[in-house]
Write a protein that binds this ligand. Structure first.
Ligand SMILES: [Zn+2]
Length: 694
């Protein structure tokens, strides 16, 4: 890694401190009475520790950017959007009725809660699961928190209340909380080595996110206060710049947690510590291969490409974007854009998945995007969405929304079975069941992905809109109702009627509490070659794909925007440097990437022997058909193809090229959306299909 941009430790600390000194003048104004009522740096008296009421807890969004100086958009609370019957409505209903409750039972059955009970003298069970097992409980709590923001679920809430009681019961007097580094392992706590591999801060980062989501749903601070105690009583006094002890983020996550905590406490030290961690603590020395893998431990702003463990890299980018939105640090912004460009131009699957190597669960080199061996961890696709959500919040730029949508509908959505009880850890783009790989499972000993998917679907309403100083942004389409307000406080209701992603017509009824001039920023997806927009039947000019269309007018009750996007199947080819995709194409319709499953093809045909016969006019001969009873209802695509008739034996691994055209027969090929693969019996799958030269 180039060292030329590396800030010296002393210079960074000086910069951070002077920035803090300047910005501390802003704190009282920004955080109002919170900052005034907070005791000066040092021990925190939690009984007096008030939290921001700007906005009040129940009106805080996925991220509370209400006072973030470098965020262009403000997120809106999850409760402000009700997703109705439709694509996501169905998914989200299963998430709360099946996924979240069954995951609770699996966390129990696999000893995750007994890890806490044992320390409280209430269980004899041995410690169970890997070092990051506590995070499974916290991520599940976050899923519950987001689910409860959409409405009460008494049974699920009671499960979470019980889990929270059991967690906080084992917090130690100095604030430390972890079920692994106890007893014989206590001496290993927070050593630089343990910080690099032991996930103590990763666990707490998830605890902070989980407790904040739960607090925003219920106003219940119990878990949040435990998180504040860990940060304020244990972390801040002991870890950070000298003379404190070194701190390193072995698996980035704490950065996001600390900054979101800062956004409700107004305690600048939490933001500063996140910045210090992002810059890397020079006293904690690790081999270069380790800091690459961790995507941490060296200055974030010296990074020039995505590499190392994909989830770590994505979470680090999330934390760094959060840091940028609070500080406006230009070096961060430059690095974030460099890394984003590196990802979308060389390292992201067409599914929005990232991290192609199973070895180290890592980003590969540029264009290293194998299909069968694709790793594409569900968590990495989620991290990609979370990072782009932050980049979108910082800028209002629709190129980030395109990545969100690509990851959400494809590489994330594939991660959970349609019945909500089985999960993919890997999300490959081709699959052969004869390898014995079982791709969907109810539980993994490393069970990071299932609760991560649950929290993502539970939080989804919070991704539909944002507000800006000049109006409102619509990001995602589905049957839904927004009941919120513009930044000047004017009430605003928006009703979307759509059959998205099957159909590209979206009707948007806009109802401000009083007639008002503002801009409605309507997203036109990057895939929408043909889109038309009208307001009250009158065409709106200036529609550009991959941008937000700013519709500026005096809006009044009864106004209706109609967005019409044609959704023909689109044929995509990959950069020729992607060796696995040479001579192949992928299909996309609207936001959905398609794949072929073996069982939908004519009997006896293997996917290795098929090719798509596109002829001279690619995409002109697809048949789209909505099948109500197919895998929850979906549009399938059909097209003519060929099956190669090859000798079944005798050719071995290699044979002499004959120069003769291969013998083929025509067959129909059937494609289903990629997210729905592996929901029937085990069968072959591929996203990238060879083209026939017939
Ligand atoms: Zn995972």
């Amino acid at each position: 890694m180039p060292k030329s941009h590396k800030l010296s430790r002393r210079r960074f600390v000086t910069t951070a401190m002077s920035a803090a000194a300047v910005s501390s003048l802003v704190v009282p104004e920004v955080f109002g009475r919170v900052a005034k009522s907070r005791p000066s740096a040092g021990a925190t008296n939690l009984s007096d520790g008030s939290l921001t009421d700007a906005p009040p807890w129940k009106d805080q969004a996925i991220e509370n950017l209400a006072k973030s100086p470098y965020a262009k958009l403000r997120q809106i609370p999850v409760h402000a959007v009700t997703i109705k019957t439709g694509f996501w409505g169905q998914r989200r209903e299963i998430n709360v009725s099946k996924s979240i409750p069954t995951m609770h039972d699996l966390l129990e059955a696999n000893g995750r809660m007994n890890n806490f009970r044992r320390l409280a003298g209430k269980s004899d069970a041995a410690q169970s699961g890997p070092v990051f097992s506590d995070s499974d409980v916290y991520k599940w709590t976050e899923a519950v928190g987001f689910a409860l923001q959409s409405g009460d679920l008494p049974d699920v809430r009671r499960m979470a209340e019980k889990a929270i009681d059991e967690v906080v019961a084992v917090q130690e007097p100095d604030g430390y909380l972890n079920t692994y580094y106890v007893e014989d392992r206590e001496s290993l706590r927070m050593t630089p080595q343990t910080q690099s591999t032991g996930h103590e801060l990763y666990n707490i980062g998830h605890m902070l996110q989980g407790s904040i989501a739960y607090y925003r749903a219920t106003g219940d601070r119990k878990l949040l206060d435990a998180g504040i105690r860990f940060v304020n009583d244990f972390l801040l006094p002991n870890y950070g710049p000298a003379p404190k002890k070194p701190i390193v983020s072995g698996h980035p996550e704490i950065e996001m947690g600390l900054i979101e905590l800062y956004r409700i406490t107004g305690d600048k030290r939490q933001l500063e510590l996140a910045g210090y961690i992002l810059q890397g603590d020079e006293r904690a020395k690790f081999p270069e291969r380790r800091t690459i893998y961790m995507f941490s431990g060296t200055p974030f702003t010296a990074r020039t490409k995505l590499e190392g463990h994909a989830v770590r890299a994505m979470y680090a980018c999330c934390g760094a974007t959060d840091y940028y939105m609070e500080t406006g640090d230009a070096a961060y912004w430059k690095t974030l854009n460099t890394l984003w460009q590196d990802m979308v131009s060389t390292k992201m699957y067409v599914s929005g998945g990232v991290g192609s190597r199973s070895d180290g669960e890592a980003f590969g080199d540029a264009y290293e995007l194998p299909n069968f061996r694709a790793y594409g961890e569900s968590c990495a696709a989620i991290g990609n969405m979370m990072w782009n959500w932050r980049m979108l919040s910082a800028t209002g730029d629709a190129k980030f929304t395109d990545v969100i949508e690509r990851a959400l509908y494809n590489g994330i959505n594939s991660g959970m079975s349609l019945d909500g009880t089985l999960y993919c850890y890997r999300n490959p783009l081709a699959f052969d069941p004869s390898t014995g790989d079982k791709i969907r499972n109810p539980w993994y000993d490393v069970t990071c992905c299932p609760p991560n998917l649950e929290r993502t679907f539970a939080s989804l309403p919070g991704y539909f809109y944002s507000t800006s100083r000049d109006g409102i942004y619509l990001h995602l389409y589905d049957n839904s109702e927004l009941d919120w307000h513009l930044e000047d406080g004017t009430g605003l209701k928006i009703t979307q009627k759509a059959n998205y992603p099957w159909d590209g017509e979206v009707e948007v009824a806009v109802t401000p509490a009083k007639p008002l001039d503002f801009i409605f920023h309507l997203r036109i997806p990057g895939w929408a070659d043909t889109a038309q927009v009208s307001v009250n039947g009158k065409a709106v000019a200036g529609v550009k794909q991959g941008e937000y269309l700013p519709i500026e007018r005096r809006w009044a009750a009864g106004d209706v925007i109609r967005l019409r996007m044609e959704m023909p199947p689109q044929v995509l080819e990959a950069n020729p440097r992607v060796a696995d995709d040479t001579g192949r194409v992928a299909l996309q319709r609207g936001p959905l990437v398609y794949c072929m499953e073996g069982l939908d093809q004519p009997n006896g045909v293997e996917l290795a022997d098929v090719a798509l016969d596109l002829g001279q006019k690619p995409a002109s001969q697809f048949q789209s058909e909505y099948l109500k009873d197919m895998l929850g209802g979906m549009v399938i695509l059909r097209h003519k193809g060929v099956a190669y008739q090859r000798p079944t034996s005798g050719n071995g691994l290699y044979s002499r090229y004959s120069g003769q055209p291969a013998r083929t027969r025509q067959i129909p090929l059937t494609f289903i959306p990629y997210y729905a693969w592996a929901n029937r019996q085990a069968t072959e799958m591929q996203v990238w299909t060879p083209l026939s030269n017939a």
